[in-house]
Every structure is written in structure tokens, then in C-alpha cells.
Design a protein around this ligand. Structure first.
Ligand code: ARG
Length: 268
């Protein structure tokens, strides 16, 4: 995670951002982010930090910094110049992270775990707004995991992690209208038991959640989704990240999950 010390909404690279009317309260953002961190700690998770860099306000969205599986990471390469310098900072931090043996430099644009979601032994990969489809093949190569490509079509759901929440190794929650026809079909086939989110769930960025398979940390505004998840036996943990939402991000965006427990890829 990256503390939002230099966070602000000073440019707009997604429809949630409004540098004129949607300015964020920086102090409140820091307190809200801290409550997310303490929620993870309270649930028994380890949290590693990266130092924020002045001039990179979106660096708080750590999910975008890389995709880490087992001992290997694929670094990010950002679509927008405003964020490009985050890539090197995240790569360097991962090189110093215990358990990460190799950080692969990317060839194509990819925004890390914003567009790559690990579900069991498969990676769901988004494209349409940010990540280049060519990067999907790169993940397959670098991490030796099968990749399922999905195309996003609604600009409000510009990253895959705004339209899909991974609940456990077999279960996802997702918002079908965020995907093209083919993507909707693929998801319906792969995940017949999925939790199909409502427009309201999606519009509060409720799907931008982090789950350890039981505890689901999710945006506080997603009350209906939280209730449904509780009904399915998950334990919802709401966190209010209203200031970060003004930049188009929430729980998952603020979290790069280090899938270090997964077995190391065997190829290459
Ligand atoms: N303002 C950031 C951007 O548009 C938000 C990133 C949110 N991150 C995510 N994983 N969805 O790039």
C-alpha cells in the first residue's frame, strides 16, 4: 500500500475525476486510507508500504503498480503520461521485497492488478481502456498462468477491478454491463455461480473489493452488496474511502495483493 501523502485530484484520466468540482480533502483521504490499512492488520494480514513520490497523486492506487504471483512480478507500464513514473517506483520497491525473486519489465501497456485479477490458477485480464491486449499474452508468458481476456466497454468501469470483485478461488462478483457481449458470455460460462452485481453495487465501486476468501473488505457505500455477501457466508468489512473515490478508486485500487502463496511458475 502507498499512503496518499501527495494525493489530489489535479487532472482527469477517468470519468470519476473532476479537478474543478471534485477536489478531495487530502487529510481525510489519509485518515480513510489509514482505516483501510488497520482493517487489513486487524484481519491478520501483513501490509508492506511503498514511499509515495511527490507529483504522483495517483500512486496511492497500488494495485496498478504490478501483478505479483508466487515469486515473480510483472511490472506496470501506464497508459497515461501522468502516471508513467509510478512504474519505476513500484518496480524498485518490489525488487527489495522479500519473497519476490524477479521483476519482469513489461513490453506493453498494462496497469497491473487494476486489469489483472487472479482467480485460483487463472488470470482474468481486462482491456478496452488501459491495458493493451498484447500485455495479456505477456502475463501468460511471464507468470505461466492461463489468461482470460475480457473487454470493458463502459468508461466508468475503466479497470477490470472496478467491474469484478474476486471473492475466493472459484467465486467472483461482477457487473455484466461493464463488458462487451463476448466478455459477458465468457464470464457467465466460467462463473455460473457468480454474484451478479446491480447497477447500484457497481456505481459505488462496490466491486472494488479485497477478499481473503472469507473476509471481504469493500467500500462502505456498497451496503446492498455487503448484505448479499453476508447472506452467502462471507464476512463484509466496510471501509469509507469517499475521498479516494473522487479519483475513481477504492479498496482494491489501494491494494496490490502479493499472491506470494501461489506456487512459482515453472517455465522460463
Ligand atoms: N485515478 C486513477 C486512474 O485513473 C485511479 C486508479 C484506480 N485504480 C484501480 N486499480 N482501479 O488511473
Amino acid at each position: 500500500m502507498c499512503p496518499p501523502r501527495y494525493f489530489e485530484v489535479g487532472y482527469a484520466i477517468n470519468p470519476w475525476m473532476d479537478p474543478v468540482g471534485g477536489r478531495a480533502d487530502a487529510e481525510l483521504a489519509l485518515r480513510q486510507w489509514e482505516s483501510l490499512r488497520t482493517t487489513y492488520l486487524g484481519l491478520g494480514h501483513e501490509v508492506e508500504l511503498i514511499d509515495p513520490v511527490p507529483g504522483l497523486p495517483d500512486m496511492v492506487f497500488a494495485a496498478n503498480g504490478a501483478l505479483v504471483v508466487g515469486t515473480r512480478a510483472l511490472g506496470a507500464s501506464f497508459a497515461h503520461p501522468e502516471r508513467q513514473d509510478e512504474a519505476g517506483a513500484y518496480r524498485r520497491r518490489l525488487e527489495e521485497t522479500s519473497g519476490v525473486a524477479q521483476v519482469v519489465a513489461p513490453q506493453h501497456v498494462n496497469e497491473g492488478e487494476g486489469d489483472f485479477l487472479v482467480v485460483g490458477d487463472v488470470v482474468l485480464a481486462g482491456t478496452g481502456f488501459r491495458t493493451d491486449p498484447a500485455a495479456h499474452a505477456e502475463v501468460e508468458q511471464a507468470l505461466a498462468l492461463p489468461v482470460v481476456s475480457l473487454t470493458l466497454v463502459d468508461p466508468r468501469y475503466y479497470h477490470l477491478d472496478t467491474a469484478i470483485g474476486v471473492l475466493d478461488d472459484q467465486t467472483i462478483a461482477y457487473y455484466p454491463p461493464a463488458f462487451d457481449e463476448q466478455g459477458q458470455q465468457t464470464l457467465a460460462t466460467l462463473f455460473p455461480e457468480a454474484v451478479v452485481a446491480t447497477e447500484e453495487d457497481a456505481a459505488t465501486l462496490g466491486l472494488n473489493l479485497v477478499s481473503d476468501g472469507h473476509n471481504v473488505v469493500l467500500p462502505a457505500a456498497a451496503t446492498a452488496l455487503a448484505e448479499r455477501l453476508a447472506g452467502l457466508g462471507f464476512a463484509p468489512h466496510p471501509v469509507d474511502l469517499s475521498e479516494l473515490l473522487k479519483a475513481g478508486g477504492s479498496v482494491k485500487c489501494c491494494t496490490m495483493e502479493l499472491h506470494r502463496h501461489r506456487s512459482a511458475p515453472t517455465t522460463h
